[in-house]
Design a protein around this ligand. Structure first.
Ligand SMILES: [Zn+2]
Length: 237
């Protein structure tokens, strides 16, 4: 399936607009990023009601926050990882900060209301709950499970086009690959496994949730990064 990808720099996080036979968004930016989503859509002669699919890489507010608004206005089909769906749908609360790093441990001691005030978003029903291995036929995208940042984290892979939307599993600040936010992650062993998986996908382009698009030879760039991380013991024991 051929589609064009346009990066939407939403301030806190990226979203991506896919245009071709169908109109789709990968992630939705945080609150103010909504204006950027609209601007990019209008730049293509489209508007929010034209969105047919909303693909969510993981449940964090900076990716899922505008999903409800966009779905309500467009009737788009919302696709997200099954293990993240209860949080997106609001049947489960946001998990607390992790204890992987000092910042997470510190934030876990802050009043809950403080975190909730910026993490909260309007909850919305997930139409297709995916676990990995599914194909989104309309877009020609395969779902690849990449747990470790969140339990239901997923990557959307265009195998033929050798490109993938990798969410937070690999960030790219300053043009360099980086870890997902460890203050809000599941575990380093799972992150390592998911990053190794991305390194093995033969990607030319990786579209991250934060920072610049990784290209060319994205999988090789990620593989080099994983090796360096291993050498410095960044994944723990
Ligand atoms: Zn995240």
């Amino acid at each position: 399936m051929r589609f064009e990808v346009t990066q939407i720099k939403g301030g806190v996080a990226n979203a991506y607009l896919l245009t071709g036979d169908h109109v789709a968004l990968v992630d939705t930016c945080a609150g103010m990023g909504y204006r950027r989503v609209i601007k990019v859509l209008r730049g293509k002669g489209l508007d929010v009601p034209d969105v047919e699919f909303i693909l969510i890489t993981h449940h964090h507010y900076d990716h899922a926050k505008n999903a409800a608004k966009i779905k309500n206005l467009s009737g788009a089909t919302l696709i997200a990882g099954a293990a993240d769906a209860p949080i997106i749908e609001g049947t489960e609360p946001n998990p607390p900060p992790s204890h992987i790093n000092r910042l997470g441990r510190f934030m876990d001691r802050l009043p809950k209301s403080l975190l909730e005030s910026y993490q909260s978003y309007e909850r919305v029903e997930v139409d297709r709950k995916v676990t990995g291995g599914e194909v989104i036929e309309e877009l020609g995208l395969e779902v690849v499970a990449v747990p470790g940042h969140t339990p239901g984290g997923v990557c959307f892979l265009d195998r033929e086009g050798r490109r993938a939307f990798v969410g937070d599993m690999v960030s790219c600040f300053g043009g360099k690959p980086g870890m997902p936010s460890l203050s809000f992650s599941e575990g380093l062993d799972k992150i390592k496994a998911s990053q190794e998986l991305l390194a093995g996908l033969d990607l030319d382009i990786a579209y991250p949730g934060h920072g610049k698009v990784i290209e060319p030879d994205a999988s090789r760039v990620i593989a080099d990064y994983v090796e360096k991380q291993k050498a410095r013991g960044a994944y723990g024991s």
